[in-house]
Each structure stands twice: as C-alpha cells, then as structure tokens.
Design a protein around this ligand. Structure first.
Ligand SMILES: [Zn+2]
Length: 255
C-alpha cells in the first residue's frame, strides 16, 4: 500500500495544512480517508482523479472531515452525464450513522445522484479490492459517533484513528500496525498542564498507545502547529521508540 498525506491539519483553515484527508493506493484501488476542507485541491496536485476514487471512508461528521464528500459525488454524477466511460459504483464507508447522514446530504446537495451514480454506504467493515477494512467505534464528542479504520493488505496493516480522545482501549485497535495515523491535536504542553482532554489526543498519548500496540511507524495528524515540530516529536518519543512522523501535506509513505 502507498499512503499520501492529503491534509494533515484541523478545522482551522490555513495555507500550510488542509483539513484531514489521506489517500491509500493499492494497485489500481483507491481509498480516501476523510474529506477535509481543501482536500480536492491537494488531491489534484498529486495527479489523482477524484472521480476515480471508488472508496471513501468518513470517520465522523465534523465539517473538517466530511465537507468535500458531496463535491466528489456531484463531480462523479456530472461525469456520468457527459462521458461514455461511466463510473460504476462508489462505496462510502464510515461511522455508525453515515448511511442516514448520507441520505440527508444527497437530498440537499445532489438529488440527481439516484439516476446517475450508484452509491452504497457501509457502516461495517468489508473488502475494498485487495484491502480488508475494519471499522471501529472510538470516543470523540457526545454529539455523534466517530470511527477509526484498520486497513489490511499484502500482510501490512495501516490504522487511521480519525478524531479521538484516545481512550486506553485504542491500543487494541492499533495492535501490530505497520503505520498508525493518530490524532495529536492536543499540544504536548497543554497535556502536561491540563492532562487528558475529552475530545482529542496528545503526542504523549499517541506515543503511549503506539508503544503498547507495537506499531512500527507513528504519523501524527490533526496538527495546529501551535508548538514546534521537534517538541511534538520528542513528547511522543518519550514513550515510543519507533519512527515518529510529523508530516507535511503531500508526503508519501510506503506501508
Ligand atoms: Zn472531530
């Protein structure tokens, strides 16, 4: 599998980091993890065609994770109106409630979709080409449910946490991952001053969980850059001795 960081940022709009979004490529298969603001602009820079991404995972309905989903769906519908090489089906995977929420969004934003493009939603895991997907509920905010995803292919494992408070059971979700992409939006100094936060994870917690789960590479995301890159990496490195990455958008990794 190949991982491209499309957006490593948060809901705070800024030039350097798009909202959360990650592209997994496995042969011809594409899986987009979350569709934060700005993700389509970044995706196009990689040379990828968003119309040809057949699998999209939405971790939860905060705007910075779902906002560009319907733009992709609308683009596929328009493609199918004008071109012969039709897009056959799109699967939207996600949190418990994505099926209901997708219906609402479709009625509002792309009511034409029904006749022009087949879309299925899946709240349980399943198979996306060679990739086996497992969707796991995680704690984030009290307003709706949030999910992480585990992707297994060719003997490799990638886990994406989505936004989470990183409760202690999360290490079981990440167990044995070659790469863990983990929420680290609570700054290391904030964690030292205030301790565990109810909605997001700190680099210290990410390091602890990565160590306990035995992962090889830890990629921090949901980055505000309120603190220096080195401070954030060192905070995680106190607990985790594997590779720690504080990424930039468009970074690529072989899993
Ligand atoms: Zn969130």
């Amino acid at each position: 599998m190949k991982l491209t960081v499309i957006g490593s940022g948060t809901g705070l709009i800024k030039r350097e980091r798009s909202g959360p979004s990650f592209l997994i490529s496995e042969g011809e298969e594409r899986l987009l993890l979350d569709c934060g603001w700005g993700c389509l602009g970044r995706l196009l820079k990689t040379g990828e065609n968003p119309n040809r991404i057949d699998n999209i995972f939405i971790s939860h309905p905060h705007a910075d994770h779902i906002i560009e989903l319907m733009a992709i769906i609308q683009s596929k519908v328009i493609h199918n109106c004008y071109f012969e090489d039709k897009i056959s089906k799109t699967t939207v995977w996600g949190y418990k409630g994505i099926g209901r929420d997708y219906q609402t969004l479709k009625k509002m934003m792309v009511p034409e979709q029904e006749e022009k493009l087949e879309v299925e939603t899946k709240e349980e895991g399943g198979q996306a080409g060679k990739m086996s997907l497992t969707i796991i509920e995680v704690g984030h905010v009290p307003y709706f449910r949030s999910a992480a995803i585990k992707i297994e292919s060719g003997g490799k494992i990638l886990v994406y946490s989505g936004d989470t408070n990183g409760d202690e059971s999360f290490w079981q979700t990440a167990k044995g991952a070659d790469t863990l992409i983990m929420d680290a939006s609570v700054g290391s100094k904030v964690f030292l001053r205030k301790g565990r936060q109810p909605t997001h994870t700190s680099p210290q917690q990410a390091g602890l969980l990565a160590d306990r789960a035995g992962v090889k590479r830890l990629i921090l995301f949901s980055l505000y850059d309120f603190e220096e890159k080195l401070e954030m990496i060192e905070a995680a490195a106190k607990y985790f001795k594997g590779e720690i990455v504080y990424p930039s958008d468009l970074d690529q990794f072989e899993i």
